[in-house]
Design a protein around this ligand. Structure first.
Ligand SMILES: CC(C)(COP(=O)(O)OP(=O)(O)OC[C@H]1O[C@@H](n2cnc3c(N)ncnc32)[C@H](O)[C@@H]1OP(=O)(O)O)[C@@H](O)C(=O)NCCC(=O)NCCS
Length: 216
């Protein structure tokens, strides 16, 4: 039986499965100089009104969720805009990070901000606007109280890994998180030493683990 089928049947009998791998990225500020996007894209911070007004590309967040988030003082959204088109966006979060991959909210240490939800609409990929929004987000963060920017991604996501490394981000530890019903296991691999650390527990324990360690 393949993994997807096993997950499906476990879910059907009341044991939901979460199986996620993550690679942690770290950008010690100040940032590397950003590269400009091709064409006449304007890369800038967006307001909630921009999100309501522009042609929104979909992606990680629905327009309604993006609109609400953009009103929060904790979140900054940067977009690449051309005419009425929003071609790419990314978010920077302070205070805590919503780690969608793990269904967890993680407290951030002082001065640490979290870059998330990088997205370029498919028809504009490969033109430099993804890198441009991430670069500008780093500059905006640095101009405020951010001293260190962090991000996570799927270890198989080659485009975003290359994008981050091209801007001077460092790949750090990797994590594997598996939860079946109430039982969860998190394995963290420290890249520098190759050491594997295994944590067992339920959802509450994981939350405590992530908060106590300030994994980000
Ligand atoms: C990842 C993503 C944001 C890249 O956006 P983009 O606007 O196409 O990227 P850019 O054109 O700015 O490219 C910047 C660099 O990223 C890397 N890159 C982008 N697309 C790539 C691809 N398909 N394969 C390999 N590397 C790629 C390259 O290093 C590129 O620099 P180069 O062209 O000088 O070599 C886009 O592919 C996307 O939206 N993917 C789906 C959402 C996603 O996975 N987001 C990441 C969540 S963590």
């Amino acid at each position: 039986m393949n993994t997807h089928l096993a997950s499906y049947y476990l879910q059907r009998i009341g044991f939901p499965v979460r199986n996620r791998r993550l690679l942690l990225f770290d950008l010690p500020l100040p940032t590397a100089p950003r590269s400009a996007a091709d064409g006449d894209w304007q890369v800038r911070q967006l307001s909630s009104d921009d999100i309501r007004r522009l042609d929104y590309p979909g992606g990680w967040l629905t327009r309604d969720v993006a609109f609400d988030r953009a009103k929060s003082r904790r979140c900054t959204v940067v977009g690449a805009v051309r005419g009425s088109t929003l071609g790419a966006y990314c978010w920077v979060e302070a205070d805590y990070a919503d780690l969608a991959f793990f269904d967890l909210r993680v407290q951030l240490g002082p001065g640490t901000w979290y870059l998330s939800h990088v997205y370029t609409s498919p028809e504009h990929r490969g033109t430099g606007i993804g890198r441009a929004v991430v670069g500008v987000a780093g500059e905006l963060a640095m101009a405020q109280q951010c001293r260190r920017l962090v991000a996570v991604c799927d270890p198989n996501n080659t485009p975003v890994i290359r994008l981050f490394t091209s801007l001077g981000w460092h790949a750090g530890d990797s994590m594997h998180y598996l939860r079946v019903g109430p039982v969860a296991r998190t394995v963290r691999r420290t890249t520098a030493t190759g050491r594997r650390t295994v944590y067992w527990g339920g959802a509450k324990l994981e939350q405590e683990f992530f908060e106590a360690r300030q994994i980000l």
